[in-house]
Design a protein around this ligand. Structure first.
Ligand code: HEC
Ligand code: HEC
Length: 177
């Protein structure tokens, strides 16, 4: 991609994502969480293909470089083969670049290009016991929808949380405050 095009797309993404992430960068996260993170122009192919094994993650939760690596490594995708036809890969990849996160908290590339390894994620979930992530009704931290009722619509606010079934009182601590 030409440097100019690259700059245009980055700037475009900045404007589009700003509405969502401005609050996250500057205000308590609770406020940002109340906004839906799935952009209005989310392509059906993204929901279909990238939402078949797990949640179709909101693009603003990873920086552009991370999405680029995810999309160019689909053959070895976190232990799975997630390859797609070239046209879908191209379509999804371009959209992810345009909608990628850019805010101060998101632009740092997390380990393994995982949302769940980002410092902001770990901070927001610090009260969730390690045993909760591995509980059979959760599986892993990547399974946002186990706890965030509106996750498929890009909603992650504290008012749309549920306790996954089977957690004892001690493990429910993070939901209590
Ligand atoms: C095991 C349950 C669980 C899973 C899985 C989970 N979360 Fe959470 N999440 C919580 C809880 C509980 C809180 C509230 C923590 C607190 O207030 O101390 C929270 C808080 C958040 C917040 C802050 C919301 C606010 O209004 O302050 C965001 C954003 C968030 N989660 C995103 C995600 C994303 C994205 C994923 C998946 C990649 C995910 N979470 C997976 C339980 C979970
Ligand atoms: C064949 C199943 C499959 C498909 C299709 C798939 N993924 Fe995944 N993906 C996985 C698995 C498995 C994980 C690891 C989940 C875990 O650690 O619990 C994962 C994890 C991820 C993560 C990291 C989540 C975290 O922990 O923060 C991202 C980002 C991601 N996928 C993006 C995509 C995108 C984009 C697509 C579409 C191009 C896609 N996935 C399609 C299986 C799939």
């Amino acid at each position: 991609m030409s440097p100019v095009l690259d700059l245009l797309i980055t700037r475009g993404a900045a404007v589009a994502a700003w509405a969502v992430w401005a609050t996250l960068a500057a205000l308590p996260l609770a406020r940002a969480g109340e906004r839906a993170l799935m952009p209005a122009d989310t392509p059906a192919v993204y929901l279909q293909e990238c939402g078949s094994c797990h949640l179709a993650y909101p693009p603003a939760l990873l920086p552009a470089r991370s999405w680029q690596r995810v999309m160019s490594g689909l053959a070895q995708h976190y232990g799975s083969d997630a390859t797609l036809d070239a046209a879908s890969t191209e379509r999804i990849g371009r959209w992810l670049q345009a909608q990628a996160g850019f805010s101060r908290r998101v632009r740092e590339e997390p380990a393994e290009d995982r949302i769940t390894r980002a410092p902001w994620f770990l901070r927001e979930h610090r009260k969730v016991d390690a045993a909760v992530w591995k509980h059979p009704s959760v599986g892993s931290a990547s399974n946002c929808a186990a706890c965030h009722v509106g996750a498929d619509r890009g909603r992650f606010d504290e008012h749309a949380l549920r306790v996954p079934p089977g957690l004892d009182a001690r493990l429910q601590r993070a939901w209590k405050d």
